[in-house]
Design a protein around this ligand. Structure first.
Ligand code: MRU
Length: 348
């Protein structure tokens, strides 16, 4: 199993996801500021993995604070939280994990040193819980998939795998469970322009684990569906509104439209911590815009003229009506039942 975030006794070790698949390298992070840079530059990416990394970033920040006075400490810790929150706007797990760390600090009685100790334990708990949550999502998601006479041919977008979580993955967790239970024939992976998480990460992760994977460009998904090659689509999520509208990697929305046009079920897999019950629908989800160079350049090669405008939204919102079911650690629910069935349940 791949562990993108690891606590190494006094520092955090991250898989440098910008260097995959050409090179597997780990980056050592000792300071909260460096963790903020790692999240912003996508050394670590994927909503749950960002949450885990940010939780450790909060502990690293706490460790740097020099005062023994509780109120001073909490005020400085809030600033660490602001720094980490300013990295990426869409994945709600970032905010969820930072707020959980701040709450833990506030609620811990005792010295500043005692608070720091509890914060490290909390970051480790967030990581461990995510691993268990993803395993539950994988198994519960598999139960929700259609019963086909053949083994399943699944299609995914971006990377919602071990690399995007504490390990195992959400959408790829379902794929992993299907493979383990001999119910998977093959995963089709969209390359996922512009940053190519499908090509660089999902196909690499599957190859590592021996899961049969076929890489396609994003524009080939409709053709594959028309040819009867896909039984179901499974994707992850960065933020799900209370009505089930789901923000995920740019291109997810068009995939959902195409799946609906071919009557192919479309599943969103995410921990309950990805659901933002504070947002009634997807219109309020902040969409990150990234540097235009992600569009006009491939590697070092410029592929578009300079004197034009660019628009590079990193996520889109799939309306709940296009989603067959949302799979969390609690099982699979229709988007319309998300609020009534899951609001208020503990999310780990
Ligand atoms: O920009 P990224 O690579 O962080 O985007 C990742 C995704 O969109 C994933 O599908 C999502 O975070 C779910 S990861 C389990």
């Amino acid at each position: 199993m791949l562990y993108p975030v690891m606590w190494q006794g006094d520092r955090v070790s991250l898989i440098d996801q910008n260097r995959l698949p050409a090179m597997y390298a780990r980056v050592e992070i000792r300071r909260s500021e460096d963790m903020a840079v790692a999240i912003k530059t996508m050394i670590v990416r994927g909503a749950p993995a960002i949450g885990v990394a940010a939780a450790y970033g909060m502990y690293l920040g706490a460790r740097e604070i020099q005062t023994n006075k509780r109120e001073d400490f909490l005020a400085q810790l809030a600033k660490v939280g602001d720094l980490l929150k300013a990295t990426r706007p869409t994945a709600v797990n970032l905010f969820w994990a930072i707020d959980r760390m701040l709450k833990t600090a506030r609620q811990t009685v005792g010295s500043v040193e005692a608070i720091k100790t509890v914060m490290l334990e909390t970051a480790q708990n967030i990581q461990e819980e995510d691993l268990q949550t993803c395993q539950a999502i994988g198994d519960r998601g598999l139960e929700a998939l259609p019963n086909t006479p053949n083994k399943l041919r699944l299609l995914t977008h971006c990377n919602a795998g071990a690399l995007a979580t504490a390990g195992y993955g959400t959408a790829l967790g379902i794929v992993r469970s299907a493979w383990r239970d001999r119910r998977l024939e093959r995963l089709y992976a969209d390359e996922t322009r512009p940053r190519l998480q499908g090509a660089k990460l999902t196909s690499w992760e599957c190859a590592q684990d021996g899961i049969p994977v076929t890489l396609i460009t994003d524009s080939m998904a409709a053709h594959c569906m028309q040819r009867g090659l896909i039984d179901a689509v499974v994707v992850g999520a960065d933020r799900i509104a209370a009505n089930g509208d789901t923000a995920n990697k740019i291109g997810t929305y068009s995939l959902a439209i195409v799946a609906r046009a071919h009557s192919i079920p479309f599943f969103v897999a995410a921990p309950l911590s990805t659901v933002d019950f504070g947002l009634p629908d997807g219109t309020g989800i902040p969409i990150e815009e990234r540097d235009p160079s992600e569009i006009y350049q491939i590697g070092e090669t410029r592929i578009a003229p300079t004197d034009i405008e660019f628009y590079n939204p990193s996520f889109d919102v799939t309306p709940a009506a296009l989603i067959t079911a949302i799979v969390t650690e609690y099982g699979s629910v229709a988007p319309a039942d998300l609020k009534t069935q899951l609001q208020g349940k503990p999310s780990g």
